[in-house]
Every structure is written in structure tokens, then in C-alpha cells.
Design a protein around this ligand. Structure first.
Ligand code: MN
Length: 512
């Protein structure tokens, strides 16, 4: 797809529907999926003589977003009318923000493959109202218009043209998707249109500083479509340039079934919209105090979680990135880990020493155990659980195994009741049946043999039956040790605790 001579320049406009109970300029409800036109009042329909009243909840959410991307919040912003004609726009204009948006100049750091990050600048984010929706299906060849969506608050997030590949663009959208869900300002449901992307793509030769003519692909609502549309559009533009054609500035749509982009209309310049300040709405003024109050409502953000997971649990960047990739995933991880660590903290100071002094050494022991538990939990979530969920095209919110159940399984590995190998078998059983971990261990007879008497008896037997190898070992051929351990594992059908068996065997062999 990519052509060595060219580079692709990508910028995105993401529209998110803000999760307010009522619309941006009216008190009408915003519930998704209601009967068409049951949630549209005279203001949403733009009937003569009505006046819009600004929903301050939407303003608060816009500011919350702005603060989370380290942007400046404009203390004075303005609503403008964006004039165009389309049947889903009853007033003949959309109330939006133009010259003075509420949020300007922020950024997000986006995770790419190989734990790399890239900073994507966000030029602005502005408030505007959503339009109605044309329905083409169920009207005997006619189209209908549903105005339930008209007036729902949108935050349009405009990036700088900082992305160079489809993969980067998708990673950026995922970052925004994750962020707005952490902030609880948008439900992120892309199928329902809560987050929609317009993608701007242009091509230039490497080394050129001037941007090529860009094309905008409208209304992409899945990560896969964003990726495919960009790849397709890149290839199309390169092919056109190679034929010596000039790229025309167009608004295109991506046909998901044909996997191609088609011209929707030649691009309107901003001038065509005849923007002017909306005379029905006063400028929006917010003060420092209000911004400070909203600052206090910010939750721990994905990036902060990512850093904390590395700092507190000593996880590597890769694990931390995956585990902070959604709020639900992070909660799952920390719930499981908390469950496991309960015992760690109780056991360490009281049972491992005979004093009540909790000193640095004790603290280090606990820290080590906690880190080990964190790494174990991370590994099991990432390779085992997500492996299963990805195969079934589902996600952590639909996990058939609760964090408490996973914790139980991992505790049994940690206390040497079962081996890692047996744990995988039990994990498979947990997916199939709803039985608890301990019951599965007993039913399948998967307890590890850690009992010293039992192991010593077995070792005695193995040493006796393999006198030749024992002699070789004692003569200095240490490689034979592995063979003898293998014999113990064989005799126990893999159930001997390997560390314990190693120690006891070595003792036995060194006895003489
Ligand atoms: Mn817009």
C-alpha cells in the first residue's frame, strides 16, 4: 500500500456525543434508540420564536476534556452559526463554535507498537449541536428524518495533521476513545454513533514541506473502517499522482462493502458556511474558580495509571500499557491483585518473623511479593484471559472469569498447591464450568506434591532405580541431574513441586 517515495499526512476530526441527560440548548432527553421524533422539542426543531438555553453540563464536560489533554481553556468563547442546507438540519444552520472555541492547544501521547509513544497535538475542541438523522430504510422508498439526535451536544476534537500511517491514526482514536470513557463524558459506543471520525488525508513526497491537497473522508465509526479508509485513500491518491493527475479537494465517503472511497461533494471552504456569531447566545464566560472546581473532578487518567502501574508494581511498559488501555481492564487487574495481596500483607510481618517490628527488610519482602503477584496477574490477564477474549471477539467486561476467581487460581500457584501447567488446565475448566478453583483442583487431582516425606520417598526410589546415572552424576557429569528430575516428574505425572524436588534430590545425591 505504502509507496517509498511518498508520505501520508493524516489529521482527524472526532465528534463525541457528550453524555448529558438533556440537549445542548433544550431540556429534551437524549436517550438513544427511542421512537423517532419522540425526543425533539420546538427548540431542537428550530421553530420560529424560540431561544436556545445553554446546557452547562456540556460546558463542564468540554472543560474536563480540555484539562485532561493539557489544553488551554478559553475563558471567553463564542457560539456561531454554521449555515448550510440539508434536510436533517431544521434551522438551516448548526450552532457551533468557530473563531473562539472553548478548548485550544492540547495534546495526547499515543501508544504505538513496541512501547513507543507519539505526541499528537490537538488544535482545538469545540462545542456544537448534532443534526437529525435521515432514515432511508422503512418508508416504502421514501426517506424519513428522525430529529431525536438534533441538538445532542457534541464535542468536536480537531487534531493537528500529525499522523503518518493508518495505524497511528487508529492508535490516536483509541486513545481519545479511552480517555473520554475514563472521563465519563461519552459512552464511546461507536455503533450507536457516540464517537464518529472524519479523516483528512493528503500525500506528499518525502522531504517536501508543503502539504498536498487533502481529502476528507466523512463519518467513520469503527477502528477497522478508519484503518481501511486511510489505506485505500492513500493508495488512490498515490496512483493519481503517479498518473500525473492533480488531487482535487473533496469530501468523500467510505463504502464499507466495496472497500473504496467515493466523492460525496467537492469540498466547501469555510467561507461557504458564512459563519457569524449567534445573536441568540451570549459569549460563554468561565472563570478560574470554575475551571479549578472541574479540575478537582478529574479521575486518574489512562496515562497516570500507566505510569503508576510501572512505579508501584514494577510492571514493564508493555504490560502497563495494555492494563491501562481501558478503565474496565485496569479495574479488573487491580481487583484481582488486591485479592491476592490481602494475604501477602497479612502473612509477611507476623508469620515470617517472630517480632512485631515491621522494618525495611520486611517491607522489601512484601514489596517483592507484591511485584511478583503483579507480574503473575499481568501475565495471566494478558496472555491467557485476553487470548481467550480476543478469540471470541469479546472484551474484559464480558469475561467469563471474575477477577476474584482468577485471583484464587493465582494464589494456588503462589502457595505451591498447583504448578503453572496445572493452572492452565484449571483455567480451561473454569471457562467451561462455573466450578470454583479448589473444587476443580480436587476433582481433577491436580495438587502438586510438595510434601517432603512423600517426595523423599519418591526420590529414594528414583535414585535406587537409576544407580548408573547416579554414579555418573557423582563422578562429575552434572547434566545427568536433569534426567533424574525428569524421572521424578514422570513418577508423579508432573505433579512434583519442581523447586522442592530439585532441592531434595540435590541433598540426596550429595549425601554420598
Ligand atoms: Mn463538526
Amino acid at each position: 500500500m505504502q509507496h517509498a517515495q511518498y508520505e501520508t499526512i493524516i489529521g482527524l476530526e472526532i465528534h463525541i456525543q457528550l453524555a448529558t441527560a438533556t440537549k445542548l440548548f433544550s431540556g429534551t432527553a437524549t436517550i438513544y434508540g427511542r421512537e423517532p421524533n419522540t425526543q425533539a422539542c420546538i427548540i431542537d426543531l428550530g421553530l420560529p420564536g424560540v431561544l436556545p438555553v445553554l446546557n452547562t453540563a456540556a460546558v463542564a464536560m468540554a472543560i474536563k476534556f480540555g484539562l485532561s489533554i493539557n489544553a488551554s481553556i478559553n475563558k471567553r468563547s463564542e457560539f456561531a452559526r454554521k449555515n448550510y442546507f440539508y434536510p436533517d438540519l431544521p434551522k438551516g444552520y448548526q450552532i457551533s463554535q468557530h473563531v473562539l472555541p472553548i478548548v485550544e492547544n492540547g495534546y495526547v501521547d499515543v501508544f504505538l507498537k513496541d512501547s513507543d509513544t507519539k505526541r499528537i497535538n490537538i488544535t482545538r475542541a469545540h462545542l456544537e449541536e448534532d443534526s437529525g438523522k435521515l432514515l432511508h430504510e422503512s418508508f416504502h422508498g421514501m426517506s424519513g428524518i428522525d430529529f431525536n439526535r438534533a441538538g445532542i451536544p457534541l464535542l468536536e476534537i480537531v487534531s493537528a495533521p500529525d499522523m503518518r500511517t493508518a495505524a497511528e491514526a487508529v492508535a490516536y482514536v483509541k486513545t481519545i476513545h479511552n480517555l473520554v470513557r475514563y472521563l465519563e463524558i461519552c459512552d464511546g459506543n461507536m455503533q450507536e454513533g457516540s464517537l464518529r471520525c472524519d479523516v483528512n488525508v493528503s500525500i506528499r513526497k518525502h522531504g517536501e514541506t508543503k502539504l498536498g491537497t487533502r481529502n476528507e473522508i466523512k463519518n467513520l465509526n469503527s477502528f477497522r473502517f478508519i484503518e481501511r479508509a486511510i489505506e485505500h485513500e492513500t493508495a488512490r491518491q498515490i496512483a493519481a499522482l503517479e498518473r500525473g493527475e492533480i488531487i482535487a479537494q473533496e469530501t468523500r465517503l467510505y463504502d464499507t462493502t466495496q472497500n473504496e472511497t467515493r466523492v460525496l461533494r467537492s469540498k466547501e471552504e469555510a467561507l461557504d458556511y458564512r459563519y457569524f456569531p449567534d445573536p441568540d447566545l451570549l459569549p460563554l464566560i468561565v472563570d478560574d474558580e470554575y475551571i479549578a472546581v472541574i479540575q478537582k473532578t478529574l479521575p486518574e487518567l489512562p496515562r497516570q495509571k500507566y505510569e503508576r502501574f510501572q512505579r508501584i508494581y514494577s510492571l514493564n511498559k508493555y504490560d502497563a500499557a495494555i492494563l491501562s488501555s481501558s478503565k474496565e481492564m485496569a479495574d479488573y487487574f487491580e481487583t484481582a491483585l488486591q485479592e491476592i495481596s490481602k494475604d501477602t500483607i497479612e502473612i509477611a510481618p507476623t508469620k515470617s518473623t517472630n517480632t512485631n517490628i515491621i522494618n525495611t527488610t520486611t517491607a522489601n519482602v512484601i514489596a517483592q511479593k507484591m511485584n511478583a503477584a503483579a507480574k503473575l496477574t499481568a501475565n495471566w490477564i494478558i496472555s491467557e484471559l485476553l487470548g481467550v477474549l480476543n478469540r471470541e471477539n469479546s472484551d474484559i467486561t464480558q469475561s467469563p472469569i471474575t477477577p476474584q476467581q482468577l485471583a484464587k487460581l493465582l494464589q494456588r500457584i503462589q502457595d505451591n498447591t498447583i504448578s503453572g501447567k496445572a493452572a492452565k488446565e484449571i483455567f480451561g475448566e473454569m471457562l467451561r464450568s462455573k466450578e470454583n478453583v479448589d473444587a476443580i483442583i480436587v476433582n481433577k487431582n491436580l495438587q502438586q506434591i510438595s510434601n517432603i516425606d512423600e517426595l523423599e520417598y519418591l526420590i529414594e526410589k528414583v535414585v535406587h532405580e537409576n544407580s548408573e546415572q547416579v554414579a555418573q552424576y557423582r563422578a562429575g557429569k552434572e547434566a545427568v541431574f536433569g534426567f533424574l528430575v525428569g524421572q521424578i516428574m514422570k513418577a508423579t505425572r508432573g505433579k512434583a513441586n519442581p523447586q522442592q524436588a530439585n532441592i531434595l534430590l540435590k541433598e540426596k545425591l550429595n549425601e554420598g
